[in-house]
Ligand binder design. Sequence first.
Ligand SMILES: NC(=O)c1ccc[n+]([C@@H]2O[C@H](COP(=O)([O-])OP(=O)(O)OC[C@H]3O[C@@H](n4cnc5c(N)ncnc54)[C@H](O)[C@@H]3O)[C@@H](O)[C@H]2O)c1
Length: 401
Amino acid sequence: MKIGIIGQGYVGLTISAFAGEYFEVVGFDNNQKVVGQLNSGISHIEGVESEVLNAWIKAGRYRATSTGADLVNVDVVVIAVPTPLTSDRQPDLTYIDSACKTIGENISKPVLVINESTSFPGTLRKCIKPTIEKYSKNSVEHMYAISPERVDPGRCDFNQKNTPRLYAGLTPEASVKTREFYSKFCDNLVEVSSPEVAEAAKLFENTFRQVNIALVNEFAQITNALGINVYETLDAANTKPYGFMKFTPSAGVGGHCIPVDPTYLAAVAEEHGAPATFIRRANDVNLEMSKYVVDRVQADNGGSLQGKSVLVVGVAYKPNVADVRETAAELVIEHLRNRGAVVSWHDDVVGTWHGESSAPLSGADIAIVVTKHDSVDEKEIVASAAYVFDTTGKIKDVKGL
Ligand SMILES: NC(=O)c1ccc[n+]([C@@H]2O[C@H](COP(=O)([O-])OP(=O)(O)OC[C@H]3O[C@@H](n4cnc5c(N)ncnc54)[C@H](O)[C@@H]3O)[C@@H](O)[C@H]2O)c1
């Protein structure tokens, strides 16, 4: 079988790497720089080894392209493109639309179309299928299925093989074909009764994390006001063997999923007249954490940050990845600059960001740890500034949440 995978980012390239063991994979991406790099055997995604990519390229089982016509002979096409928010924080399906256009214009024989991009219930049935049909030159009848992606970049214990995968086809035949495809490289496939259930389950998984993170972020503010150590309190609560799941506070949430997916759920809820107050409030609490952190730092430093040199340590949205999408560091830096601080940041995993380079881990008045990569030495962080504020709970003997 020949597989086309639209989007060669975190999700698409990860799937390509697993699928390449069994299928011929055409990785379609409209970023030509990424395509060139992938065809020379260089992976830009953590967790996808360049050696694996090279092995599939040499075996003739992987090729990246920006040419839609290269998808002409595929049997299965997987959509793995971004589903961000618009500037007014509404679901943005423009990348999905553009992927559907590529499929519609280039694939004229019936194939199985699987969506792995995260979106609201009804996306497969009401957006993807009609959009592909709109762009198709002939009246081809594709099969359609959803299998929301659950990959956690940088994570080693759970991967495509051992993470249970939800799926549902628009027709029974599409479900059967979807199972056949994923069963080659995934051990545990869970069929649900409709694509909408799979789409909603994916959104709820990330909303569950979002509201629990917001709750623990609020709790950190309460424990601080009461003079109680939040980490010790959470560890104490976590000794209960049932009915409790530990989340830890932070400067906010980042990445493509937790700050974005709940808003997809809230948008579709409100469109259907259902309340999403809890989700909206959780989002606000998480967004407000950056201000709370900067307020605490300012209060500890004589009530003003004007002219102080502040080093933000770790700007990736989570440890050991270079991904800066929606990172809480962005808002922390914005608050600091608005208060007159002279801000630089240190993150050798990210390297360059917004046209700035990672600064040395030393010589600042104030350091705020937003993300602690394993590669960064704790003692160096402590020595990097006269005052260190840790939002991660990983640095001993400094101020923190
Ligand atoms: N990254 C994660 O951890 C994760 C986990 C689960 C689900 N998801 C979901 O998977 C989807 C993809 O996310 P990602 O993290 O892989 O995004 P990404 O930004 O890492 O990669 C997307 C790729 O798609 C390409 N692209 C955009 N529009 C295109 C088009 N029309 N045609 C071809 N290529 C196009 C981009 O150039 C980019 O290389 C999103 O819906 C996301 O919510 C992501």
